[in-house]
Design a protein around this ligand. Structure first.
Ligand SMILES: N[C@@H](CCC(=O)N[C@@H](CS)C(=O)NCC(=O)O)C(=O)O
Length: 216
């Protein structure tokens, strides 16, 4: 087994794959690409992903992009390793898949609007109304995920669903660096705040914190 994860520091999609690899206790080499240096647009990376996005997983001569496909692949390709990412009976596994789809189809579009205001707009270009409305939308979505929780985790047992969602939620506190009035912690309903703390207490968690977040 020779797994290589092409990764970008702070990419929530790359982070979810790294969490999944750690949960599976799979050895892997991390290749850190620099967004500011344009690494994702270089020919050698475009040969791995013509959509110029991290994460990409290379397993021997097999290369795969799209974080959710990667997470499913490592679970199926290495069933005997670590803990499963899609544990349980068909109903539990269906729930895990549903939550992942809800993260990408409903939560992310809501939070992307906040992220756009935080990162892609200059302070003078920011729109307070858009920020307030998208904050409200994200809070609503966080409430949906919190009330749909099954026990301690999003879909019952710790699973790919938790790893798909965690980096997105962690991003809120990061956004507060730019949107200083965001009050990111207050956005989390108690169930999601407790869940977030549970993920952060996982033994491998610290290893996955984006390097440039640690540095700042
Ligand atoms: N749907 C993709 C999204 C990946 C993605 O958006 N990656 C961004 C970083 S968060 C990226 O690599 N952007 C660099 C670029 O577009 O050149 C996935 O789930 O893997």
């Amino acid at each position: 087994m020779a797994l290589t994860l092409y990764y970008g520091s702070g990419s929530p999609y790359a982070w979810r794959v790294q969490l999944a690899l750690e949960h599976k206790a799979l050895p892997y080499e991390l290749k850190v690409l620099s967004f500011s240096a344009g690494d994702t647009r270089k020919p050698e990376f475009l040969a791995l992903n013509p959509r110029h996005q991290v994460p990409v997983l290379v397993d021997g001569n097999f290369k795969l992009y799209e974080s959710n496909a990667i997470v499913e692949y490592i679970d199926e390709a290495y069933p005997g390793r670590g803990a499963p990412l899609f544990p349980g009976d068909p109903k539990t596994r269906a729930l895990i898949r549903r939550v992942i789809l809800e993260v990408d189809n409903y939560y992310s579009p809501a939070s992307d609007k906040l992220i756009e205001q935080a990162w892609w707009k200059k302070p003078e270009e920011r729109d307070a109304k858009v920020i307030a409305e998208s904050r409200k939308e994200v809070v609503g979505e966080l409430g949906n995920f919190g009330s749909a929780m099954v026990g301690d985790y999003l879909a019952g047992p710790l699973s790919a669903a938790d790893f798909a969602f965690y980096p997105m939620v962690a991003f809120l506190r990061r956004a507060q660096i730019k949107l200083t009035d965001l009050d990111a912690d207050a956005m989390l309903p108690p169930a999601i705040a407790a869940w977030k703390a549970r993920i952060e207490a996982l033994p491998f968690f610290d290893k996955t914190i984006p390097p440039h977040w640690k540095a700042s």
